[in-house]
Design a protein around this ligand. Structure first.
Ligand SMILES: Nc1ncnc2c1ncn2[C@@H]1O[C@H](COP(=O)(O)OP(=O)(O)OP(=O)(O)O)[C@@H](O)[C@H]1O
Length: 314
């Protein structure tokens, strides 16, 4: 296990009694200082993963470490700030008083509260009761709470949820400033286009499974314009054959298919090479679409949520 990583999990799995597998066999490494995007549609398993990382729920299987300590370890959690599944605050107290309560619990001075409120641009409304806040203001207060104590690692579940366009830009800048200060940020979103501007690496999760992982450039080349999508059997052999072709820039496995970076004019040559190697080509098509479209396509092709029995059978 890489103890140097901020987050490292192997085979992380969470299944529920009814047989639904929220997260299945997830391997993930977030290096220190990275801004890491966790992307997936509603119900993909992002929140469940984050809840396991901060010890709110126990994994059914798998192991992991956060800041070099086992999942849920209190000493590590004291160095982690998180905003998971919407913040919960006292509705009748002001934003500032809510944060002061938290700060006292954490043994921090009130000056930390004011600094956090400034950072999320909520200082001017800090005296208002929480219940009078808009969705975006509640979200900002949640982020301010996560910032208390200047944690080494921030785990933010959809931090831009409810924010207006200006708020989204401000949140992006805030996250950029955290990265510049050597903090590690894991954030989730259901919009690839939103995270690609701020993240060093992205993991795409669908039905609880990791279906693509890499730098923004990797993910772009896996789904961007001017590539071929190939389904073939056996896939491993197809990958090796295609990767050896001089016209091919890169090959990535995405959702049980190969995303091949090459001029679409090479489609026939690629098809010929696969046939000559005795590989069954089930599908070969040119992908000309935006990154977001490619992501939707990948996740769409991965089908409905598998049950526990289906996962066992794999
Ligand atoms: N307590 C639970 N009992 C049963 N199933 C659950 C439970 N919690 C989550 N799930 C299921 O696990 C799956 C993953 O949910 P999760 O909340 O992790 O998704 P998500 O990617 O965060 O989605 P969203 O973008 O909508 O927040 C969903 O199918 C959800 O219904």
């Amino acid at each position: 296990m890489s103890t140097g990583a901020a987050i490292h999990v192997t085979g992380l799995t969470k299944s529920y009694a009814a047989g639904a597998v929220a997260v299945g066999d997830l391997d993930l490494t977030v290096e220190r200082g990275q801004v890491y995007g966790f992307v997936g549609r509603n119900g993909a398993g992002k929140t469940t993963t984050m809840r396991m990382l901060v010890g709110l729920i126990r994994p059914t299987a798998g192991t992991g470490a956060v800041l070099g300590r086992p999942l849920g370890d209190p000493a590590a959690l004291a160095r982690v700030g998180s905003l998971i599944e919407g913040p919960s605050f006292y509705p009748h107290l002001s934003g500032r008083d809510n944060l002061r309560l938290l700060a006292r619990y954490l043994g921090l001075p009130d000056t930390e509260v004011d600094a956090a409120l400034e950072r999320v641009e909520l200082a001017h409304r800090a005296g208002d009761r929480f219940r009078a806040y808009s969705l975006g203001m509640k979200q900002r207060l949640g982020v301010a709470a996560a910032l208390l104590g200047d944690p080494e690692l921030l785990i933010l579940d959809e931090p831009t949820n409810g924010l207006d366009p200006a708020g989204i830009v401000a949140m992006r800048e805030l996250i950029g400033s955290l990265a510049a200060a050597d903090r590690t940020v894991l954030l989730s979103s259901h919009q690839l286009n939103e995270v690609e501007e701020i993240c060093d690496r992205i993991a795409v999760i669908h039905n609880g499974r990791l279906i693509a992982e890499g730098t923004v450039a990797d993910i772009r080349s896996a789904g961007g314009t001017g590539s071929l999508l190939i389904r073939a059997d056996p896939l491993d052999k197809a990958s090796a054959v295609v990767a050896a072709l001089p016209q091919v820039t890169s090959v990535a496995e995405v959702g049980g298919a190969l995303a091949v970076q090459t001029d679409p004019a090479n489609a026939a040559a690629v098809n010929r090479a696969l046939a000559l190697a005795d590989i069954d080509v089930l599908e070969l098509r040119v992908v000309r679409q935006s990154l977001e479209d490619a992501f939707l396509d990948i996740t769409h092709d991965n089908g409905p949520v598998p049950t526990g029995d289906q996962l066992e059978a794999r």
